[in-house]
Design a protein around this ligand. Structure first.
Ligand code: GDD
Ligand code: MG
Length: 363
């Protein structure tokens, strides 16, 4: 079985993290997100993967290559301009010949793909859509079903007064190849707004595969933080790639004996954690970070090569690559793009979002 992964969205809700890094490559526990997805597919023996991509394609392609490093085969279907979710799959049609999977490339899940494929075949469906319950469906595709798991209605991004269920499209589909004939070539087209509603209107059998699998869309900074918290707290246990011990440290990293680390924390390679540093997990720190004395990090994600000078504090924040946090500065509930410097003693207002390359001075 082949899988097409959609990784060509604009990722605007994850800015400023995604100016230079596509959403599919943001680190999750210090490993690019897509590697987790590929590992999940491979664990279900799905090893023939097509990436449908556009923006920042080069960084994805140069990292993943032909996939052999990950025990899979990866091919690429590049869009000049974004073709939408269905248009992107149509653009990859030459790679597809049989029943196939489509995955939104920003979902972390331990969904039982093998069971979903079996379900699709048993039902002889044209399309099967994975469903998951969420508290607020308004940011997703709402799906109504009957008692026999047939999809009755698909409503993308419903208004509050249109919400009739908390079950949403979980962004994993099993499709018969002739669904591709419903999609026009070379123009923008959406599964959610066009193809699925059309299949339903035509009376095709579209089934819903409901599960209680772990599920999250990493498309916003709070969700991205939530994923780390969930993984580090063992909420996705079936996912065998997640660390289980309290503190995981990469090669060549040192932790000063007076540093105090509480709660689950992942520290990458070549890091230095100085005297009196206090870390309260869940925390992920990327490779090459220098955390100097008496700095404090709580419930945060720090990418590669950050430098926290003495007494810098980071709480509930995401810090992208190569940032410098000068002595005594404070980042609370903030998101910093790559190469940001926060000046000496500068306290960022909570909720700050700082563009790459900026130096932030005290107000
Ligand atoms: N190649 C390509 N081209 N990929 C695209 C394009 C495109 O034009 N547009 C979006 N994608 C990719 C994104 O990169 C992402 O991986 C996936 O398609 C879904 O796009 P999002 O922009 O993240 O959509 P969403 O989260 O608002 O809604 C979608 O996901 C929900 C579940 O998280 C929809 O499928 C909803 O129905 C669903 O509930
Ligand atoms: Mg999304």
């Amino acid at each position: 079985m082949k899988a097409v992964i959609l990784v060509g969205g604009q990722a605007t809700r994850l800015l400023p993290l995604t100016y230079n890094t596509p959403k599919a490559m943001v680190p999750v526990l210090n490993t690019p997100f897509l590697e987790h997805v590929i590992h999940h597919l491979a664990s279900h023996q799905i090893k023939d993967i097509v990436l449908a991509l556009g923006r920042l394609a080069h960084s994805i392609e140069s990292h993943l290559g032909d996939g052999s490093r990950f025990g899979v085969s990866i091919r690429y279907a590049l869009e000049k301009d974004p073709l939408g979710t269905a248009g992107a799959v149509k653009n990859a049609a030459s790679y597809v010949d049989d029943t196939f999977l489509v995955l939104n490339g920003d979902i972390f899940t331990d969904l039982d793909l093998s069971a979903m494929i079996d379900f699709h075949r048993d039902r002889k469906a044209k399309a099967t859509i994975a469903l998951t319950p969420v508290e607020d469906p308004s940011a997703y595709g709402l799906i109504e079903t009957d008692a026999r798991d047939r999809v009755l209605n698909f409503l993308e991004k419903p208004d509050k007064d249109e919400i009739t269920t908390n079950m949403i499209n979980a962004g994993t589909y099993v499709l018969e190849p002739d669904v591709l004939t419903q999609i026009p070539a070379g123009v923008k087209c959406s599964f959610e707004r066009e193809v699925f509603p059309k299949l339903l209107a035509d009376g095709e059998l579209v089934c819903a595969y409901t599960s209680r699998a772990y599920w999250i869309d990493i498309g916003t900074p709070p969700m991205y933080l939530q994923l780390h918290s969930d993984l580090l707290n063992g909420k996705c246990r079936q996912y065998d790639n997640t660390p289980r011990s309290e503190i995981t440290t990469g090669v060549n990293s040192s932790i000063h004996p007076t540093a105090r680390i509480e709660g689950p924390t992942v520290i990458g390679a070549n890091c230095s954690i100085g005297p009196g540093v206090k870390i309260s997990g869940p925390v992920a720190i990327g490779d090459g970070c220098t955390i100097q004395e008496e700095s404090v990090i709580k419930k945060s994600i720090i990418w590669r090569n950050a430098r926290l000078e003495p007494h810098a504090r980071v709480t509930m924040s995401i810090i992208a690559d190569n940032c410098c946090l000068r002595s005594g500065c404070l980042c609370e509930e903030s998101v910093l793009g790559d190469n940001v410097t926060v000046a000496y003693d500068c306290h960022l207002p909570p909720g700050s979002s700082i563009e790459p390359g900026t130096t932030v001075e005290p107000a």
